[in-house]
Each structure stands twice: as C-alpha cells, then as structure tokens.
Design a protein. Structure first.
Length: 179
C-alpha cells in the first residue's frame, strides 16, 4: 500500500508512523466514552503517552514483519479513526482480521466504509490474502452495515467471544473471500 490515500476531500488514510503516539492518545482520550461499549475495559494507563508509544512500537514491528497493517484516518492533522489488519497469516491460510473505529464526531460520513473498501483492495491486490475476518457485538448494527456494504458475509455467531466493556459478550462473525 502506498503510504497514504485520500478517502474524502478532508480525510486521509495512511500507515501508522512511529511519531503517532501523541495523536493516538488524543484520539483515544477524546473518544473514551464513545468507544467504551465496543472495546475491552481500559485501564487508566491505556490513556498515557508511554502506553500509546509502546503500542505503536509493537504495531510498527508487526508491519515490518508482515503480520499487521496498522492504519490511521487523519483530518486536519488529527487522528479520527483506526483501521488495522492484524493476525496476518501466510501459508495455506492467507488470512487476516480487521478492526476499526471512527471518531464520535466523524461517524455517519462513510469513512469506515471507504477505509474498509480500500484495505480490502490492498489485502487482495498487494498482500495477496484470500480471506479477511471481522467480528461485531450483536447490537453493533452500524459496524455490521459497514461490513455488509463492503461485501462481508456473516458466517456464524461466537458465544462469549470477547470480553468487552468488562463482560464476555457474544459476537457475530463475518468474512470476505478475496480474489
């Protein structure tokens, strides 16, 4: 993937950079309440520069090893979302998982759909992947709409799949076959 792509007249999708920790901290702090129902329970330490720097370092290492593709959405120099391919597996599987969030002030503008459509094309054409997986909470209708709009299909439901907001919660499972 080229380092960046324009998703809208004001929003750019680009690869996570080493110096992005302060902007990520700002994004997560701004969106703490917005993301709380959809994320694992976060310790206060998550909302510190040192933890964000460590997370950026890990994700940059995954990028270098080819096991992850961390991206950020930027508007006016601010991070307003994340889109990450993780757990990239090669060999006979050629698969990855995708996760994302959009800033509370930017939802409903089609940014998640545009970013996901772009990452799907890159996963197919550039990375040569065969399959991308995603999961959503049962009540996360917005994310399900985004996934279906980009061609993901629901293939199951996982009981108590992830501990979100402090509780083991069921998730709908989606995938998209590429190529």
């Amino acid at each position: 993937m080229s380092d960046s792509v324009q998703l809208s007249p004001t929003v750019t999708l680009r690869t996570l950079r080493g110096g992005d920790a302060p902007a990520l901290l700002d994004a997560y702090t701004r969106n703490r309440a917005h993301l709380a129902p959809w994320d694992p329970a976060r310790l206060d330490s998550f909302f510190t520069l040192s933890v964000q720097q460590a997370m950026v370092a890990v994700q940059r290492e995954e990028l270098a090893m080819g096991t992850g593709l961390p991206l950020v959405l930027l508007e006016d120099g601010r991070i307003v979302g994340r889109m990450t391919l993780s757990r990239i597996v090669r060999g006979p599987l050629q698969s990855a998982s995708v996760g994302y969030f959009i800033d509370a002030e930017c939802t409903g503008r089609g940014l998640a759909s545009a970013a996901l459509a772009h990452i799907v094309r890159q996963a197919d054409r550039t990375l040569g992947l065969h399959r991308i997986e995603a999961s959503t909470l049962l009540h996360n209708v917005g994310s399900q709409h985004v996934l279906r709009g980009v061609g993901f299909e629901q293939f199951g439901m996982a009981k108590e799949f992830l501990k979100i907001a402090g509780t083991w919660q069921d998730h709908l499972l989606f995938h998209k076959i590429l190529g």
